[in-house]
Design a protein around this ligand. Structure first.
Ligand code: ATP
Ligand code: MG
Length: 556
């Protein structure tokens, strides 16, 4: 696999190896199992696994499970599946909770060194005492408890003698530091909650800011790559590694988050969309989750290529969703078989075609990739075309079917519209046409030209299929999530598109009888589609549209 092209993190690593500051590269991808992975995580995955790979290093998959209330094994399993599907193999798989005992011991070390204390202030009081960017914080009245008293209280916290929120353990750093993260951050809290991994073994849990550097250090991580919102935490990260006397000292490096237009990504918001039933699960094809993109029909290659193209920098850019679509079209162009499907059928009877005749027409499977061979399509007296390919009273420059007009049927013949059959209400129910046997596709007919080519399927031999077309779930969002979160008038739910899914019942070529979940096709004129793994049954295939054929997007 070709990985990240040159970028600032790569340069740092290269220099570390050249100067002998490091003699290996070890990264980790550290999701919290509190939701499914999204396309933003894919960026972190590609960077972490890709960089390590480029330097013959290693990468761990580590579950950052320090918050029992939000985490679940369902998420652990989904994350493993998604990372593997993206094409990455982890060297080690660990849980932050594997290290709870070790973390506890390091906290005791801090207490013994006079670098941590048990505090009785409430969460609100701690916030109040913390001060602001302009004003220094105020010391807690419990800040100068003796080491023995702290050891005793911390031990009793572990034993479950205190209620949630009654006591916390804080690092003793500097209440007047200009960096608010260093104003005696909380490093342990009481939480009487069952943990997905450790059950009821613990009722105190380390805070993320304390746990994360220890996890990295314990695993021998050399470069701890995270997103820029952790930049201000770096001094605390280093303080913890130092004061806890960790032998291995990882280096934290921050890069900019991925943002995509018309897309919300944070797990909190995605969970809300799932819980409030805006979508039918984390893997709904409208979701920017890896599992949603997979179900829609995205390939691992297309996601990896997209992420690489977005680059690695300090800034968090906003990427056009059209760029993601560009990469899946590119990937499927040569791989996906061509076929025809009718999304909204209108019956056409070819009145001069023999009643019982069926002929098999030859068609290339992929004209851009001739090695894929040919397929056979039945043709007979009754076919379906798209409702929108017929107009009784067309505007100028409408080159499809209308009374008196002749068009080509892809891979078949010219047909000419002779008659329009309507029901009592005046709706068009059937079109009567004649065909010209001379015009058969592939015979080199040059007698006359037509301006329109329509797709079609044979009415008697086609298979029923359901088509699901998607529009963005979130509309008109041209800002990054950070920017959007600052806005007070609207929440992201105000941007939810009420018409993001359109379902229609139609037909496909009979040679698609044995399609499997996740088979991908290019339907002539409609775009790329994926066989939906959830809704497809023996009786009816359900196709998700991955992307339409046309794009205005141009890669720079
Ligand atoms: P979210 O806010 O969506 O829950 P998170 O950062 O809390 O995301 P984690 O499970 O902690 O989610 O993420 C694991 C890793 O993925 C982290 O290193 C995080 O920085 C990275 N990551 C998450 N979102 C993005 C993104 N949009 N772009 C790049 N990296 C991301
Ligand atoms: Mg998070």
């Amino acid at each position: 696999m070709e990985h990240n092209s040159s970028n600032f993190i790569r340069s740092i690593i290269k220099e570390d190896l050249e100067t002998g500051k490091r003699d290996n590269v070890y990264t980790r991808f550290p999701p919290e199992p509190n939701g499914y992975l999204h396309i933003g995580h894919a960026k972190s995955i590609v960077i972490n696994f890709g960089l390590a790979d480029d330097f013959k290093g290693k990468t761990n998959l580590r579950f950052d499970d320090t918050n029992p209330l939000k985490e679940d094994t369902e998420y652990v399993e989904a994350i493993k599946e998604d990372v593997a599907w993206l094409g990455y193999e982890w060297d080690g798989m660990f849980f932050a909770s594997d290290y709870f005992e070790e973390m506890y011991n390091r906290a005791i070390l801090l207490i013994k060194k006079g670098k941590a204390y048990v505090d009785d202030l409430t969460a609100d009081e701690i916030r109040e005492y913390r001060g602001t960017l302009k004003e220094p914080g105020k010391e807690s009245p419990h800040r100068n408890r003796s080491v023995d008293e702290n050891l005793d209280l911390f031990d009793r916290m572990r034993k479950g003698e205190f209620a949630n929120g009654e006591k916390v353990l804080r690092a003793k750093i500097d209440m007047s530091s200009p960096n608010i993260n260093l104003r005696d951050p909380v490093i342990y809290r009481v939480a009487h909650a069952s943990h997905h991994n450790t059950g009821d073994a613990w009722c105190i849990y380390p805070m993320y800011a304390f746990a994360h550097p220890l996890e990295d250090a314990i695993e021998g991580i050399t470069h701890s790559l995270c997103t820029t919102e952790f930049e201000d935490q770096r001094p605390l990260y280093n303080w913890i590694v130092e004061e806890c006397e960790m032998e291995n000292k990882p280096q934290q490096i921050e890069f900019g988050r991925l943002n995509i237009t018309n897309t919300v990504m944070s797990k909190r918001k995605l969970k809300q969309l799932v819980d409030e039933k805006y979508v039918d699960g984390w893997d709904d094809p409208r979701m920017p989750t890896i599992s949603g993109l997979r179900r829609k029909g995205y390939t691992p290659e297309s996601i990896r290529e997209f992420v690489k193209e977005t680059g690695v920098s300090k800034g968090s850019g906003l990427v056009d969703e059209a760029m993601l679509e560009h990469f899946v079209r590119e990937d499927l162009k040569l791989k996906a078989p061509r076929t025809m499907g009718i999304l909204k059928p209108l019956k056409v009877v070819i009145t001069n075609y023999p009643e019982d005749q069926v002929e098999m027409l030859d068609a290339e499977i992929n004209p851009e990739n001739p090695d894929m061979g040919t397929r056979q399509i039945p043709f007979s007296r009754e076919i379906y075309i798209e409702q929108e390919d017929f107009m009784e009273d067309p505007p100028k420059k409408y080159f499809r079917l209308f009374p008196g007009n002749e068009v080509r049927l892809k891979h078949a013949y010219f047909i000419k519209c002779e008659d329009v059959i309507k029901d009592d209400a005046g709706n068009v129910v059937e079109i009567h046409c004649t065909y010209d046997p001379e015009t058969k596709s592939g015979t080199g007919f040059t007698g006359r030209k037509v301006k329109g080519t329509l797709h079609w399927v044979d009415a008697k031999h086609s298979l029923p299929a359901e088509f699901r077309l998607y529009e963005p779930l979130i509309l008109d969002k041209e800002e990054t999530e950070d920017e959007a979160d600052q806005s007070e008038e609207k929440t992201f739910l105000d941007y939810v598109n009420p018409n993001s899914l359109e379902i229609s019942q139609g037909f496909v070529e009979p040679n698609m009888e044995n399609v499997q979940a996740h088979d991908k096709y290019q339907f002539f004129r409609h775009g790329y589609f994926n066989v939906d793994p959830k809704h497809t049954t023996k009786e009816k295939v359900v196709f998700n549209r991955i992307v339409s054929l046309k794009s205005s997007f141009k890669l720079k």
